[in-house]
Design a protein around this ligand. Sequence first.
Ligand SMILES: CC(C)(COP(=O)(O)OP(=O)(O)OC[C@H]1O[C@@H](n2cnc3c(N)ncnc32)[C@H](O)[C@@H]1OP(=O)(O)O)[C@@H](O)C(=O)NCCC(=O)NCCS
Length: 169
Amino acid sequence: MQAKNPKDSRTILTDLVLPSETNPLNNLFGGELLARMDRAASIAARRHSRRIVVTASVNNVAFNKAIPLGSVVTVEAAVSRAFKSSMEIFIDVWVEDRESGKRSRANEAIYTFVAVDETGTPVHVPELTPETELETERYEAALRRKQLSLVLAGKMKPKDATELKALFE
Ligand SMILES: CC(C)(COP(=O)(O)OP(=O)(O)OC[C@H]1O[C@@H](n2cnc3c(N)ncnc32)[C@H](O)[C@@H]1OP(=O)(O)O)[C@@H](O)C(=O)NCCC(=O)NCCS
């Protein structure tokens, strides 16, 4: 399988925040944002693997900034590292200022998707080659995040998480 770059999977979803999607403070519901991020990440994982993909875990979500009613929200997702059958997807969320049009970063998240066949069995995906400095930074940290996610899920023993442990030594 030929390696791909993050730009091959880059997925951009832009949409408004409507009244039915807000909390009593008139800000976007966290669950609505999670759903938008899941959709964008799923498309990115599909573009990278060209297979059926399922969400395996949500590794990190930082709701740094409330997103008010009426905002134009852009969710940008791309594969940040591919392993055997799993892919880490990095998601950046931007909000656009109505008057200036300037975008500011509101949130970010990291999801893991797994490519599967029609029976739900994991299948191999192409490798990922980062190109920019940011893509390389995300690529290099992805193995530690995978190990942390597996340890928290009880699927890996902490003693086997070599790269993750090295952070604390
Ligand atoms: C995700 C799923 C396919 C993994 O199946 P599994 O039997 O655990 O398969 P494996 O142990 O071989 O794991 C497959 C890959 O997922 C990774 N993985 C599994 N759980 C993970 C987790 N919690 N965090 C990070 N990666 C995980 C494994 O490390 C492995 O990666 P690799 O092949 O790149 O090395 C399976 O658990 C599943 O189908 N879950 C339900 C998915 C779903 O319905 N999602 C919501 C709706 S889309």
